[in-house]
Structure formats: structure tokens, C-alpha cells
Design a protein around this ligand. Structure first.
Ligand code: DGY
Length: 325
């Protein structure tokens, strides 16, 4: 299709926009913020293709607002819990995501959070910046060793496996849960498949790498925190609603667990009451894939998916192959 009409719901790397503009008419949200619901409904009207973000809820109303000529909604994210896939399939609209290219960045970021929490980096930095440091002190900011500990991985998919692989550098024991054991990865990583309760009881550090589905919502809540070690650290760079955030605040406040490193939150951009006042939590604004290389690679995939569909070809990353005509 020559000169299709494409909308991008928020600025992505310029070179990705340029690649689309070389062939098609492209409009980008002019604001440095997510579109409101009304703006989104208006912006998609009459488009042949739309590139969306995880902050855009794409449901039947949005798909209908786009119109029957619309061919594809391409998410600029690997997660697509913002998509109503069934509604798109029913309308023969293709939906795509950006898997693969952000695994390393996300896994590295989960490790960065684990280091930050166990070595109390954010807390210590706040202390120095506040001008409170009076010199070396033997009992200040005592953290935890990482080496030789047990790391628990909930979800040994692409990102979970990358995360687990990096544990080798610290001679750690890796235990994991998933829908099924992955014997090949077990051989490669020396990882052990366990049930959820064992994972919770035995992990010194627990990192979540699950997709958000109705089944995984509140994967961790008060009951689960009660099973974890008092010295345990939780890392979540997957999706916020995997964790009951109010229960987490209680667990951190009452020292049921030692700390948490959070890239994602239950109701972004809002944090549960009391969370940001706690010293034993590191909070960052959903930036696990935010590296120059990764964000461009995500753009390449999203653009590639759009161009393929507009050319009548099969896109590389279709989440609803049944939506392909
Ligand atoms: C994703 O891709 O799903 C991340 O949350 C943002 O990169």
C-alpha cells in the first residue's frame, strides 16, 4: 500500500519515524506525554496503521474508532496486556509486539535493581547528596552479599532465562517456576524447577519475569510475602499488577522481607500509599528497556511489522495470527 496513513501515539527514536516517513504519511503525537483516552480515540480515526505504547488501552472502542480500513496496531513493547487481542482478531486487525530485542536490557536492569537494593545504593546516595556523610563508618549501610546465594526466577521465558544466565557470574544457585520445566535451560544454567511455594521459601532473591494475565495478577500478595525469607529481596521489572502493591508496602514496612527493587507499579504512574517513603525499596519509572540500542531496536521491529502488514506480508511478530487475512 503506497502512502498509507500512520499514527504513532508518542515519539519514538527519530530514525524509526524517518524509516516510516520514507514510504508513508506519518503523524506523531506532538505532546511529550501519553494521549488521553479522548485524544487517542480521535487520533486513530481513519488510520491504516497505528504504533502504540503500553500506556494506550487498545480495546474494541479504539479499534472501531480507527475504522474498517485499519490493518495493524503495532505495540512498541514486548508486553501487550494493553491490547484486546480478541477484539482485534474479530475485526481482522493484526496486533504485533517487539519480543527478543529487549531481553538483555531488561535482564541487566533487573540485576541493577538487585545490586541497588542489596547494597543500599539509592539510600546511601540520598545520604551523601543530603550532605550527611561524615566519613567512613564500619556499621554504615550494611547490605547483603549476592555471591553464592539462591536466586529465584518466576518465569523462565526469554527475559527470565537471560536474567538466570547472568547469575552464573556470581556462582549462584538458580531455582525457577514456569508453566513447564525447561530441561534444556536447566542443563545450560544448572537451574532447578520448583513449585511456587518452594520458590518463595528458598529464594534469597526473587525476580519476576511473568507476563501479566488474569492468572498472574497478584502473583505475590500477603500470603506469599509471609512465606518468603525475612532477608529476601523482590525484584519486579515485568508488570506492576503481578504484585499486590499494598501488601508489599506492609511486607516492607513490617520487615517481612528485606527489600524490593521495582521498575513497574500496579497503577502507573501512581505508587501505593507509603511505598516511596520506605528506605528498603528502590523505585524507578519503568525504564528496563530504556537503552539507546534497545529502544531503536524496538522501533525497528515495530516499523518492520507495520511495513510488512501494509505490504500485504506476514509481520515478524504477530500476537494474533488469526487476525491475518
Ligand atoms: C515492554 O516492552 O513490555 C516493556 O515493559 C517496555 O519496554
Amino acid at each position: 500500500m503506497a502512502h498509507a496513513n500512520i499514527y504513532v501515539t508518542r515519539m519514538i527514536p527519530q530514525q524509526n519515524i524517518d524509516a516510516l516517513r520514507a514510504v508513508h504519511h506519518v503523524e506523531v503525537n506532538p505532546h511529550d506525554r501519553a494521549l488521553t483516552r479522548d485524544e487517542l480515540l480521535e487520533a486513530v480515526r481513519g488510520r491504516d496503521a497505528v504504533i502504540t505504547l503500553l500506556t494506550d488501552t487498545v480495546d474494541a472502542e479504539v479499534l472501531d474508532a480507527a475504522g474498517p480500513q485499519c490493518r495493524i496496531f503495532a505495540n512498541y513493547a514486548v508486553g501487550f496486556n494493553n491490547f484486546d487481542v480478541a477484539a482485534a482478531t474479530a475485526r481482522k486487525i493484526v496486533m504485533t509486539n517487539t519480543p527478543g530485542v529487549l531481553d538483555d536490557a531488561t535482564a541487566a536492569h533487573a540485576w541493577a535493581l538487585l545490586f541497588a537494593v542489596t547494597r543500599r545504593i539509592s539510600e546511601a546516595e540520598r545520604y551523601v547528596r543530603a550532605g550527611r556523610w561524615e566519613g567512613w563508618a564500619p556499621m554504615a549501610f550494611i547490605g547483603q552479599d549476592i555471591d553464592h546465594k539462591t536466586v529465584g526466577v518466576a518465569g523462565l521465558g526469554r527475559i527470565g532465562a537471560k536474567f538466570a544466565r547472568k547469575a552464573k557470574a556470581f556462582d549462584m544457585k538458580v531455582i525457577y517456576t514456569d508453566a513447564h520445566p525447561n530441561r534444556m535451560l536447566e542443563d545450560e544454567l544448572g537451574a532447578t524447577f520448583v513449585d511456587k511455594e518452594t520458590l518463595l521459601r528458598e529464594a534469597d532473591f526473587l525476580s519476576l519475569h511473568l507476563p501479566l494475565t488474569p492468572e498472574t495478577r497478584h502473583y505475590l500478595g500477603a500470603r506469599e510475602f509471609a512465606l518468603m525469607k525475612k532477608t529476601a529481596v523482590l525484584i519486579n521489572a515485568a508488570r506492576g499488577p503481578l504484585v499486590d502493591e499494598r501488601a508489599l508496602v506492609t511486607a516492607l514496612r513490617e520487615k517481612m522481607i528485606w527489600g524490593a527493587g521495582l521498575d513497574v507499579f500496579e497503577n502507573e504512574p501512581d505508587l501505593a500509599d507509603g511505598l516511596s517513603e520506605l528506605e528498603n525499596v528502590v523505585v524507578v519509572p519503568h525504564i528496563a528497556s530504556a537503552t539507546i540500542e534497545t529502544r531503536i531496536a524496538m522501533g525497528n521491529i515495530a516499523v518492520g511489522n507495520v511495513l510488512s502488514v501494509l505490504n500485504g506480508e506476514r509481520p515478524q511478530n504477530c500476537v494474533n495470527p488469526e487476525g491475518l487475512v
